[in-house]
Each structure stands twice: as structure tokens, then as C-alpha cells.
Design a protein around this ligand. Structure first.
Ligand SMILES: *[C@@H]1O[C@H](CO)[C@@H](O)[C@H](O)[C@H]1NC(C)=O
Ligand SMILES: *[C@@H]1O[C@H](CO)[C@@H](O)[C@H](O)[C@H]1NC(C)=O
Ligand SMILES: *[C@@H]1O[C@H](CO)[C@@H](O)[C@H](O)[C@H]1NC(C)=O
Ligand SMILES: *[C@@H]1O[C@H](CO)[C@@H](O)[C@H](O)[C@H]1NC(C)=O
Ligand SMILES: *[C@@H]1O[C@H](CO)[C@@H](O)[C@H](O)[C@H]1NC(C)=O
Ligand SMILES: *[C@@H]1O[C@H](CO)[C@@H](O)[C@H](O)[C@H]1NC(C)=O
Ligand SMILES: *[C@@H]1O[C@H](CO)[C@@H](O)[C@H](O)[C@H]1NC(C)=O
Ligand SMILES: *[C@@H]1O[C@H](CO)[C@@H](O)[C@H](O)[C@H]1NC(C)=O
Ligand SMILES: *[C@@H]1O[C@H](CO)[C@@H](O)[C@H](O)[C@H]1NC(C)=O
Ligand SMILES: *[C@@H]1O[C@H](CO)[C@@H](O)[C@H](O)[C@H]1NC(C)=O
Ligand SMILES: *[C@@H]1O[C@H](CO)[C@@H](O)[C@H](O)[C@H]1NC(C)=O
Ligand SMILES: CC(=O)N[C@H]1CO[C@H](CO)[C@@H](O)[C@@H]1O
Length: 464
């Protein structure tokens, strides 16, 4: 581990032999923390609608539970409520990764994952125009920390977890100290605010207490409102920014994965404050929106066809898809190299992105590095669709797998999947999944009776 520590300590150094340990020792962490210097590059690149894009993610809350919280309502009153914004998978990690990588990469777990350097992500896109980027991960012990977690050292309560830190999961960030040292904790956030050193793009992850993971929507919303109110007076953070407040996924897995989301910040026009927007969005929309705003190319993955936040789409003249969300779940992953479930057709092959001159990124095409690396391969999926559709069947790309006796599904308008009830335990959950699917109830949230029936899921969902 010594070499890894030295490497992390010298900004700019690059090596393929970086620490891959999931649990560095406390003394290794302390050594690195004593030497690794945070980096805060800045830039000032104008965009169609906003100059900065910041997103704050909370954890594991169903749409209705968040929409009913008084502090969420307060925050919503200050901006635009996105009523049709969807997470893309379960559990946490594939959602975080999708928001920077444009794909879940078939991840169906929260494991210690390292995505190879030939897979591009949002930082590669931003770098094409020198747009500064970074992450603020509360309680990460030092910039670019790669361990699996860093807990409260007095109580050992969860604090920082790698699964909520999307860019560190990509080797081309983790193994490049110039990049990894932009992944900092909240101490650095307040320093950067005070010193006008905020990046133009930032992903913000509160600790496991503040983000509702180990607490609840009431606690997390009090925290979030306080956090936003502290930043509202920072011209740098607020005035020309689009700020997304969202959740990684719903708490309950068998229901549609729609999550309560809000757009705030000085980039929201006055006339839109207090309004709702029911355009269909997913975590991939955070990429397509950033691409359209700054005229960046696409990753050629699910960011390609993803709907663009309407206030940006209107400005750049892009027409969003209308998506029928009847029976939509988006509650499981695909099949591929990061799958750990017992798929009969497991594949270790990384999906090939689109590389042709497609309409991706509102017409800005595909990142050159993606074309160079993947251009000889046929795209694995039809990435120009607004969300996973199989080009052959015309249906959603779906998987069905069994875990703990429950069949997990991802489907839209697919009666075969909708009526799937296999598994033995817990039997109430699989029959509930089937019941949800038989109607078009998923967009409208969970009904009272269903919510009750689903409550047996809480403990299962909460571990993830
Ligand atoms: C934040 O990171 C800095 C190093 O940049 C470290 O000194 C500090 O202890 C960390 N703070 C917290 C609360 O984790
Ligand atoms: C990571 O989490 C484990 C399990 O809670 C804990 O024992 C360990 O101390 C944590 N590691 C660090 C560096 O905080
Ligand atoms: C989470 O962050 C808050 C500050 O935002 C801090 O007071 C708390 O100790 C952190 N960790 C835990 C486990 O609560
Ligand atoms: C490391 O990251 C910096 C900043 O993105 C980039 O300029 C440099 O080319 C990267 N180095 C390597 C070897 O990829
Ligand atoms: C929410 O979480 C906080 C912090 O853990 C706790 O004090 C409070 O009792 C919880 N509220 C509910 C309704 O569970
Ligand atoms: C922000 O500014 C408003 C108006 O000047 C003021 O009422 C509020 O207390 C300030 N908030 C913080 C956290 O400083
Ligand atoms: C930032 O916006 C606030 C109102 O939200 C305004 O009072 C302030 O003057 C603005 N700052 C700058 C530098 O424009
Ligand atoms: C995309 O279009 C450009 C300009 O017309 C062309 O040079 C390039 O070869 C095209 N790339 C692909 C992959 O079709
Ligand atoms: C990308 O990298 C992975 C891991 O090194 C490798 O297996 C794969 O063949 C590479 N794909 C391409 C298209 O270069
Ligand atoms: C790909 O998806 C788009 C949008 O849903 C659709 O218009 C197009 O026909 C699809 N292409 C194929 C080959 O299925
Ligand atoms: C879903 O079903 C509805 C009603 O049965 C139908 O109108 C719609 O075209 C279907 N959508 C898709 C994407 O198959
Ligand atoms: C009863 C049962 O099969 N429990 C399993 C549920 O899944 C977790 C995590 O995948 C396993 O650890 C349990 O053994």
C-alpha cells in the first residue's frame, strides 16, 4: 500500500498499480490524509441556461414519502418540482454510476467496483471544454480516498461510503491524482465556497446520517433545507446555477422507481419558480442536460436519448420524448460484467456504446475517445431511445432474476414480466410485485393498501 499512498500524495502522478484495497488501515488513511492536498481548479465556461450544475443526492425514499415532507415541500416551492423523474436501477451504486457514466454497466450490487479506464464518463466530457468539475463527499477522510468506507471513528456509525461516490469508481479518475484530488469532503466545500473556488460541475453526497440512508426523510430534509439555506447566499454557488435535489432510488423495490426531484438555483427563471414539470426524466437526464447546456458530446450510452430538463430543452430547441410510464419499473439492472446475481446468461462483456454520428447530445455527437475505443463494435443497445429499449423486440431491455426467493423485474408494458410470480419467500413480496404490474399504478405512486403490503420490504431494502 506504500506505493499507493505515495502516489496519492503526489498530485499529477499516474499509475496503473494504484491501491485497490477495499479496507485500507487507519494508519494508512492517516498518513495519506496528512499529505494529500485537495485540488480546486476553476473555470468560467458559459452555457445555454446555467453556468454551474450541482446535484445533491439523498437515499432510498419513495416519491410520495418525499413529496409529503414539509421541508421538501418548502424546497420545492423555491424551484421546479420534477414529478416524473426516475432512478434507473437498484440498489444504490448502479444509480450513482449511471449519473456520471451513462450506464449501470449491469451492476446489481453495492460492491467494491472498479470500472476500466476505457469507459468514459462525465468528467471526460467536461474536460473537452475545460469545464471544472469535482465532488463533495461528506466525511471522506482525504481527497481521492479509495477505500470502501470511512466511518465515524468514535461511534463507528456509517459516514462516507464508496458506493455513493460515483467518479472514484472509474479507474481513469481513481488512478489519476490530478483528477482524484478533486473528490473532496465538506470541509473543502465550505473552503471552496469561501474562496470562490467552486467547480462548475459538482456531485454532492451527504453522509449516511444526513442522506436518510441511516435515518429517514424527516431528518434528511431538515438537513437538506439547512444545507441549501446556507448556500443560497453564496453568489458563486447559487446565482447562475442549476441545482438538482434528488434521491438515488425508491425505498421499496417492487414499485416504479420514480423519485421526488427539485430544480433550484439562480438559473431557474422566476416565472418557473413554484411550478411542476412532468416530463419523463431519469438519472441519465443529468448527463443529457449538461451536454445540451454546454454543447458537449455524448458518452454514446443511455445519456444519448435521455430527455433533457425542459428549461434547457426549450432554450436549445430540443424536443423531448413523451414516454408511456404505464407499468414502468426501472427497478433492476441489465446483464453484464458487473452482475452478481445468478443470471443464466451472464456475460463478462462490457456493452459497446453508440459511436456513429447519431443525434446524441442534442446533435453534439459522440466523445472522440468513445469513438476511438469502441468505434469498431456494434452498439449493444439502441441508445437513442429515451430509456432502455431492446432494438429487436421493441420492448424494454429487461432482466428477471431471483434473489431471496423474490423475482426482481424491470419492465414496461410487458405482460409476461408483469405477471411473473415466482419464488417462495417472502411470498407476499412477489405477489405484490405482480399486483403492482397488473395495473398502471406505478406512476401514481403507491396506494395505501399497497404501501402496507410493501412494508414487509423495508428491512430488505434498507440494507442496500
Ligand atoms: C476533510 O479532508 C481534509 C483533507 O482535505 C481532512 O484534513 C479533514 O479531516 C477531513 N474532514 C472530515 C470531516 O472528514
Ligand atoms: C468501515 O466499516 C466497517 C464496518 O462498519 C468498520 O468496522 C470499519 O472501521 C470502517 N472503516 C473505516 C476506515 O472507517
Ligand atoms: C454526519 O455529518 C454531520 C455533519 O453534517 C456530523 O455532525 C455527523 O457526526 C456525521 N456523522 C454521523 C454518523 O452522524
Ligand atoms: C490526468 O487527468 C488530467 C486532468 O483531467 C489530464 O489532463 C491528464 O491527461 C490525465 N492523465 C492521464 C495519464 O490520463
Ligand atoms: C428519524 O431519524 C431521526 C434520527 O435518527 C430520529 O431521531 C427520528 O426519531 C426518526 N423519525 C422517525 C419518524 O422515525
Ligand atoms: C441569507 O440572506 C438572507 C437575506 O439577506 C438572510 O435573511 C439569511 O439569514 C441569510 N442566510 C444565511 C445562512 O446567512
Ligand atoms: C445573486 O442573487 C441574489 C438574489 O438571489 C442577489 O441578491 C445578488 O445580488 C446576486 N449576486 C450577484 C453577484 O449578482
Ligand atoms: C462523423 O461525421 C464526420 C463528419 O462528417 C466524419 O468525419 C466521421 O467519420 C463520422 N464518424 C462516424 C463514426 O460515422
Ligand atoms: C475495455 O477494457 C476492458 C478491461 O481492461 C477490456 O476487457 C475490454 O476489452 C476493453 N474494451 C475495448 C473496446 O477496448
Ligand atoms: C431506437 O429508439 C428510437 C427512439 O425510441 C426509435 O425511434 C428507433 O426506431 C429505435 N431504433 C431501432 C433500430 O430500434
Ligand atoms: C403501453 O400500453 C399502452 C396501453 O396499453 C399503449 O397505448 C402504449 O403504446 C404502450 N407503450 C409502449 C411503450 O409499449
Ligand atoms: C434467506 C436468504 O436467502 N437470505 C439471503 C438474502 O440475500 C442476502 C444478500 O444477498 C444474503 O446474505 C442472505 O443470505
Amino acid at each position: 500500500m506504500q506505493s499507493a499512498l505515495l502516489l496519492l500524495a503526489s498530485a499529477g502522478a499516474v499509475s496503473a498499480q494504484l491501491a485497490t484495497t477495499s479496507e485500507p488501515s487507519l494508519s494508512q488513511i492517516q498518513q495519506a490524509a496528512a499529505t494529500v492536498v485537495p485540488s480546486s481548479p476553476t473555470s468560467n465556461v458559459g452555457g445555454a441556461v446555467f453556468k454551474n450544475f450541482y446535484q445533491v443526492w439523498l437515499e432510498n425514499i419513495d416519491y410520495d414519502a418525499a413529496a409529503g415532507d414539509e421541508n421538501q415541500k418548502y424546497l420545492a416551492s423555491k424551484g421546479i418540482t420534477l414529478t416524473n423523474y426516475w432512478a434507473v436501477a437498484h440498489p444504490s451504486e448502479p444509480n450513482y454510476v449511471s449519473a456520471v457514466g451513462g450506464d449501470q454497466f449491469a451492476m446489481d450490487n453495492d460492491d467494491f467496483i472498479q470500472i476500466p479506464a476505457n469507459i468514459s464518463h462525465v468528467a471526460d466530457l467536461l474536460d473537452t471544454k475545460g469545464i471544472s468539475w469535482g465532488e463533495y463527499q461528506e466525511n471522506t477522510p482525504y481527497p481521492g480516498f479509495q477505500g470502501f468506507n470511512y466511518s465515524n471513528q468514535k461511534t463507528y456509525a456509517n459516514d462516507y461510503v464508496r458506493k455513493h461516490n460515483p467518479l472514484i469508481i472509474f479507474d481513469s479518475v481513481a488512478s489519476n491524482a490530478t483528477r482524484s484530488t478533486r473528490i473532496k469532503n465538506f470541509t473543502s466545500l465550505w473552503d471552496d465556497v469561501a474562496n470562490n473556488k467552486l467547480p462548475q460541475w459538482a456531485f454532492i453526497t451527504p453522509n449516511m446520517t444526513n442522506d436518510a440512508h441511516d435515518t429517514n426523510i424527516t431528518f434528511a430534509s431538515v438537513w437538506e433545507r439547512g444545507f441549501i439555506e446556507k448556500l443560497e447566499n453564496s453568489t458563486d454557488f447559487w446565482n447562475e446555477s442549476l441545482i438538482l435535489l434528488t434521491f438515488d432510488e425508491t425505498e421499496h423495490y417492487p414499485i416504479g422507481n420514480r423519485i421526488f426531484s427539485i430544480l433550484l438555483g439562480g438559473a431557474v427563471p422566476k416565472e418557473l419558480v413554484g411550478t411542476t414539470d412532468d416530463t419523463f426524466y431519469t438519472h441519465y437526464s443529468t448527463l443529457s442536460t449538461v451536454e445540451a447546456n454546454w454543447g458537449l458530446p455524448s458518452l454514446g450510452r443511455w445519456d444519448c436519448g435521455a430527455n433533457i430538463f425542459q428549461l434547457v430543452a426549450d432554450k436549445v430547441g430540443y424536443t423531448n420524448y413523451k414516454v408511456d410510464t404505464s407499468n414502468l419499473y426501472l427497478n433492476s439492472s441489465f446483464i453484464g460484467p458487473l452482475s452478481t446475481n445468478d443470471y443464466s446468461n451472464y456475460s463478462s462483456v462490457w456493452a459497446a456504446p453508440a459511436t456513429g454520428n447519431e443525434t446524441c447530445a442534442a446533435g453534439h455527437g459522440i466523445l472522440q475517445a468513445v469513438k476511438d475505443t469502441w468505434g469498431k463494435l456494434t452498439p449493444t443497445y439502441n441508445y437513442t431511445s429515451p430509456f432502455p429499449y431492446d432494438t429487436v423486440s421493441g420492448k424494454d431491455i429487461k432482466v428477471s432474476f431471483s434473489r431471496n426467493g423474490t423475482t426482481w423485474i424491470s419492465g414496461v408494458n410487458d405482460t409476461k414480466i408483469a405477471t411473473t410470480t415466482s419464488g417462495t419467500s417472502p411470498s407476499s413480496t412477489s405477489s405484490t410485485a405482480a399486483a403492482t404490474s397488473s395495473g398502471a399504478a406505478s406512476v401514481n405512486g403507491v396506494s395505501g393498501g399497497l404501501a402496507l403490503a410493501l412494508s414487509s420490504f423495508i428491512s430488505f431494502a434498507a440494507i442496500l
